[in-house]
Design a protein around this ligand. Sequence first.
Ligand code: ZN
Length: 188
Amino acid sequence: MWFYEPTEEEAVQLTEPEPQDEHFMREALKQAKRATRYGEVPIGCVIVCDGQIVGRGYNRRNTNHTTLAHAELTAIDRASRKLGDWRLEGCTLYVTLEPCQMCSGAIVQSRIDRVVVGTMNPKAGCAGSILNILQMPAFNHQTALTIGVLRKECTDILQDFFRDLRIRNKEEKKMRAAEEEKRIHVGE
Ligand SMILES: [Zn+2]
């Protein structure tokens, strides 16, 4: 068999949301909104240690011209600099969209204790959708995982972004067609 099939013990183990989760997910949403200003897909992340935000990040993949500019990697980088340690033990990572394989890998590598996800990403997510990299028993570290905190807000911000993008693309196409028409009429 070639496709990945999780064994029973690899299945997603969820923990209940905690009282502070909505507050910090709103902070992650604020980061996601910053991405929108740059025309980036709105994904935001914060890392919390002892009740304090120690790292923030938002998607800047197009702006920075690198796939490494995912929200989670930026937040991990900031948190590690701030705490002076690559180990982020005791930290919780809040992210508006389920992390990809790269970010889930970095989360495990940085030994983050707990991950809180807003909404799932069935096409690319690796916190249970395609793989559950966060909780594979074969690795030396697994995270606790809570899914669905402010799910509606985290879904809406993405859907609104893609809807606006579709409208903008349509308008641009129309404008280009109108310009083309003008050129033809004046005989250029
Ligand atoms: Zn990622």
